[in-house]
Design a protein around this ligand. Structure first.
Ligand code: RFL
Ligand code: PHB
Length: 390
């Protein structure tokens, strides 16, 4: 098979890149290791920046998000028994959109099917060759047969554990990594949210987050130990722990319900540089990971493919300026989101190794933050997302 761009991975990065390339008239194929149901079963992100919303609109897949998504003008920081609102809209003129990654993925899949675009699911043994020369090729096995795709370019959108970054010679890539000494235990439940905006809580027992997917579905998290097992966390234990970490008024209002999903995610900061190797480009979690505290992972995946999609379209119109600067422009934005996510994580979690001094530093910084308009504006500016070219 021959195509212009072979995309590996049908997560949000691969699917959105496919939708943008289709708009720009660039031929492509997506290869995905899992089945569509498996991809839709992963419960992940919930908050979209304006840049991501704009890209979904540009790709022509934003209609349901605008109908069913919840625009949020602010969020709360809870600590010392109190609530402090960060007025995103008042401080920046921008807002964020609460819309689940599952729904966004479903919209992209449906649009793809309706446009008759090719996605090969359950593709096994995906491997890459020739991307350092003129003949990039993707090899894979499907339905018991070996196949090959010859392409002008390969887009590695296959997540942190994918094949694309792993095929780059170690001498050509530099990795930066920080692993955090805790995880997030997340629960999805069909009950009304405790508050109409998100609550990020710093508590001596650890971080907690009250998020939502809709007016009738919540996504709640508590910081947990990396040694914890989901089976040891009954719904009762989870809600009891969550309520202990929230201000009393919130805890009293919180409605409990049976979990429909429960999982533990480790927290990591990771960046691989560069994001281009000849005719292979990395995008999204394949190139970088952030801890979820700033809600940046999915948004970075979207901004990467926004830059990459335009760069590839420009190439076919005769200019390589976009593909030649892709890595540098994407990384400039990635590092700023890495910094924000690391900072917000450091501010809100219990770090076993920093002791009482670390806790005093967090208290002083939180107190300063909510009394300083400059500090709140800086936080708000980063939370709603920096512009595509920063
Ligand atoms: P994905 O979603 O991992 O998709 C990669 C796809 O590639 C496939 N794949 C392969 N296909 C073919 N061959 C191979 N060898 C392959 N290896 C892998 C995989 O099956 C998969 O379908 O990466 P992508 O597209 O870059 O998207 C990234 C986002 O999914 C991720 O950054 C976010 O979910 C992170 N994240 C959040 N991001 C936000 O912007 N806002 C949030 O509120 C937010 N909350 C979260 C999060 C991530 C979390 N977890 C579980 C890590 C909350 C959590 C708990
Ligand atoms: C979520 O809804 O899953 C979510 C929201 C905000 C975050 C992280 C995760 O910072």
């Amino acid at each position: 098979m021959r195509t212009q761009v072979a995309i590996i991975g049908a997560g949000p990065a691969g699917l959105l890149l496919g939708a943008l390339l289709h708009k720009y008239g660039v031929d492509h194929v997506i290869l995905e290791r899992q089945t569509p149901d498996y991809v839709l079963g992963r419960i992940r992100a919930g908050v979209l920046e304006q840049v991501a919303v704009d890209l979904l609109d540009e790709a022509g897949v934003g209609a349901r998000m605008h109908r069913e998504g919840l625009p949020h003008d602010g969020f709360s920081l809870a600590f010392d028994g109190g609530h402090h609102r960060i007025d995103l809209h008042g401080l920046t003129g921008k807002r964020v959109m609460v819309y689940g990654q599952t729904e966004l993925t479903r919209d992209l899949m449906d649009a793809r099917r309706a446009a008759g675009l090719q996605t090969v699911y359950s593709a096994e043994n995906v491997s890459l060759s020739g991307f350092d020369g003129e003949r990039p090729t993707v090899h894979y096995r499907h339905d018991g047969q070996d196949h090959e795709i010859q392409a002008d370019f390969i887009a590695g959108c296959d997540g942190f554990h994918g094949a694309a970054r792993a095929s780059v010679p170690p001498s050509a890539i530099q990795n930066y990594e920080k692993v955090y000494p805790f995880g997030w235990l997340g629960v999805l439940a069909d009950v009304p949210p405790v508050h109409h905006e998100l609550i990020y809580a710093n508590h001596p027992r650890g971080f907690a987050l009250c998020s939502m997917r809709s007016k009738t579905r919540v996504r709640y998290y508590v910081q947990c130990s990396l040694d914890d097992h989901v089976e040891d966390w009954s719904d009762e234990r989870f809600f009891a722990e969550l309520k202990r970490r929230l201000p009393e008024a919130d805890a009293a209002r919180l409605v409990e319900g049976p979990s429909i999903e429960k999982s533990i995610a480790p927290l990591r900061s990771f960046v691989a540089e560069p994001m281009r190797f000849g005719r292979l480009f990395l995008a999204g979690d394949a190139a970088h990971i952030v801890p979820p505290t700033g809600a940046k992972g999915l948004n970075l995946a979207a901004s990467d493919v926004g830059l990459l999609g335009r760069a590839l379209a420009e190439h076919y119109r005769g200019s390589d300026a976009g593909i030649d600067t892709y890595s540098q422009r994407a990384l400039s934005r990635v590092w700023k989101a890495e910094r924000f996510s690391w900072w917000f994580t450091s501010l809100m979690h219990r770090f076993p190794e920093t002791g009482e001094f670390g806790r005093k530093m967090q208290q002083a910084e939180l107190d300063y933050l909510v009394k300083s308009e400059a500090a709140m504006r800086s936080m708000a500016e980063n939370y709603v997302g920096l512009s595509l070219d920063t």
